[in-house]
Design a protein around this ligand. Structure first.
Ligand SMILES: [Zn+2]
Length: 383
């Protein structure tokens, strides 16, 4: 199935796996960014690492068997399904003890990971949903209007209307008074058509809780149409697109995805720019993995900035959850730290539990020059 709504996530989060445990598997399968071979290798590495972890865990045989069986099934699924898979992300939720299995195609590549725990781990799904805007597309000409919903890489027609507007008069065909009267008559019909369309747009936007409205129509109609929009509609009006009333759905979808991606990129670029400015003037920012982890441990980090899917091995304190690049002994509580495959992932987890925002930027990004990770800080660096 495909990820399409937050209710799917809520359902997963509510699922009780007691007396067993649950396996949650996330894989970036974006073939525009990596080869199939690399994706296969990443999935194998994740599963092998999870198998090793499981062997070391002190669990009852029932729970262990269920988890082992999860890993086996996930491994088989990947061997068969990764090659034909078209979506940029895959998530699998399994609890073999209860015979539960759910595989989900994601519209955006998540961070690679396997989590074995008491519940299903759904936070990455929420992060994927938050990335996407729910868009309403209005395509309109002088007698027809169509409304589409574009969300999570899918498009569907949600409404349409056709008005009885008389054909335009050919210039020079009519003279004087008669001609003006007919023109006024047509204009009144046209205005009525735009009014109805603007009202319908308001209703649809409110009813379906769209984030954005995109409009595709000829220049000559646009300003009149815009002036008829309710302020609620105007607040959500994000721009104009090239698509027209007869554009095929696949083309509309492509244009909207590009529009969304461009805006997202511009936002990211602006944030990275702000971060670099702050850094270079010695302000409230820090860059590089080791320093960023240090500032997370000392509660000075306020927001994290990470290149999408940047990962690095590191160490975690099992007692106080401090995160380190190399420290074998925790600097805060002196416990012996444990190695983890991806310390960036652990840092993201710490950020989530503290309600700290985490911003991902899509490569190529200027953040790479600064070690692919950084943080905005709360206090001025003193040391
Ligand atoms: Zn510690």
């Amino acid at each position: 199935m495909k990820l399409s709504s937050s209710s799917q996530i809520e359902e997963l989060a509510r699922f009780k796996t007691h007396p067993y445990q649950a396996t949650s598997f996330y894989l970036n399968t974006d073939k525009s960014q990596q080869t199939l071979k690399a994706i296969n290798a990443a999935s194998k590495a994740l599963i092998n690492q999870a198998k090793k972890q499981l062997e070391e865990k002190n669990l009852s045989p029932e729970i262990k068997n269920s988890l082992q069986s999860d890993l086996e099934k996930i491994s088989q699924f990947c061997q068969k399904k990764l090659s034909p898979l078209k979506s940029p992300g895959l998530a699998i939720f399994s609890c073999s003890g209860l015979n539960y299995w759910l595989d989900m195609e994601l519209p955006h590549g998540p961070r690679n990971r396997i989590i074995m725990d008491f519940d299903f781990y759904t936070r990455p799904l929420t992060a994927v949903l938050e990335r996407f805007k729910k868009m309403c597309v209005l395509l309109i000409n002088r007698k027809e209007a169509k409304w589409y919903e574009v969300y999570l890489g899918e498009i569907k027609l949600i409404d349409s209307l056709e008005s009885n507007v008389p054909k335009q008069v050919k210039k020079g065909g009519f003279e004087g008074y008669e001609s003006k009267k007919i023109e006024r008559h047509i204009e009144a019909h046209l205005l009525e058509h735009f009014k109805k369309s603007a009202e319908k747009t308001f209703e649809l936007l409110k009813h379906n809780q769209f984030d954005w409205l995109l409009v595709g129509c000829d220049d000559e109609f646009y300003s009149q149409l815009e002036s008829l929009f309710h302020s609620y509609v105007r607040e959500r009006l994000k721009g104009r697109i090239k698509a027209r009333i007869d554009t095929p759905e696949s083309k509309i979808l492509k244009e909207c995805s590009e529009f969304e991606e461009q805006l997202k990129r511009a936002e990211e670029e602006e944030l990275v720019g702000k971060f670099i400015d702050e850094l270079e003037r010695g302000g409230l920012a820090i860059a590089g993995l080791a320093d960023t982890l240090r500032k997370i441990n000392s509660f000075e980090a306020q927001a994290l900035l990470i290149t999408h899917n940047f990962s690095h091995p590191g160490r975690v304190c099992p007692k106080c959850h401090s995160v380190y690049l190399n420290e074998e002994i925790c600097l805060l509580c002196q416990a012996k730290t444990e190695p983890v495959a991806d310390i960036v992932d652990e840092a993201v987890e710490v950020a989530f539990t503290r309600g700290m925002p985490v911003y991902h930027t899509t490569p190529p990004t200027r953040l790479k020059r600064y070690g692919n990770i950084g943080a905005f800080l709360k206090y001025k660096i003193t040391s």
